[in-house]
Design a protein around this ligand. Sequence first.
Ligand code: NAP
Length: 297
Amino acid sequence: MTEPIGLPDAPPLGESALPAGTFDGMCVLVTGGGTGLGKAIALEFARLGADLVIASRKEEHVEAGRAAIAELGRRALAVTCDIRQPDDVAAAFDAAEAALGLPGVLVNNAAANFPVPAEDMSPNAWRTVVDITLNGTFFCAREFGRRHLAARTPGSIVNVGASYAWTGGPGFAHSAAAKAGVKNLVETLAVEWGPYGIQVNGLVPGLFPHEDMTTDIQGALGTRSEKDSLQPAMRAGRPRELGWAATFLASPYARFISGHTLVVDGANWQRRTLTMASVVTVRRQMGKGPFDPDERR
Ligand code: NAP
């Protein structure tokens, strides 16, 4: 029998590998926790007893995250915050401490991304994505680290990354470079802050479609057919699977895991083909015409 069957599907939503109450009484701050994968991660922490702080720029996003957590019967605080602004980040931590206590876990999930050939990328697009994804992640980690060092308390950081941190990301030069920085930061901070009780890990999602994906990204995915068969797993990831990985990394059962980046993608990033596929330019993959130097500066 050689027909592919793919990796088995995940257990149903609501199940967990960790004991109930693993995060009872702990405050967890998730940036970008009101949408997509950040929300899925926040909900898994809530299912295990955590109180949540949902931080991002848009009121409607943080409110959606807060409402979803409240539905699970946990306390939740919605804070509007632009992670590019260190003062905003400090204010979000102040609000978190006042309402729910110093977060014991920080999930650096917020990021920005859209596909664009490198030759068409404006300096503003480059700066914006790097500023949110790399600088924002550092500002949040820095705030978390400083507060725990001052309080002499342990903590755990999970930085959400992407596998093109290792491979490069054609069509995503800004995001791939920023995520490479985020992965590197995991390794540096884990060593710097291990002595102070702070564990730092990375978590890399593979293909995890969700309803909040930007139309740009949905469009890029939509140009392919039968997405599942393009993955070695023969299926996409379920957002809860990412939540289970994040809660494990931040749990007492992973205390000796630090400086590690865990890839949850059904081995897609390691895929190589036996025969070489033809090279198709990013422009062509995106259905763009020839490069026009006068079109964008
Ligand atoms: P998403 O739905 O686009 O969420 C991005 C989140 O970041 C939003 O909640 C957004 O909220 C927040 N955000 C953006 N800029 C911000 C800023 N300046 N300050 C504060 N918050 C900001 O993305 P996603 O697909 O769930 O992805 C989540 C993470 O997984 C990202 O780190 C992404 O790179 C990574 N990832 C995802 C996939 C996938 O298949 N989906 C694959 C690989 C990696 P506001 O708009 O309210 O600010």
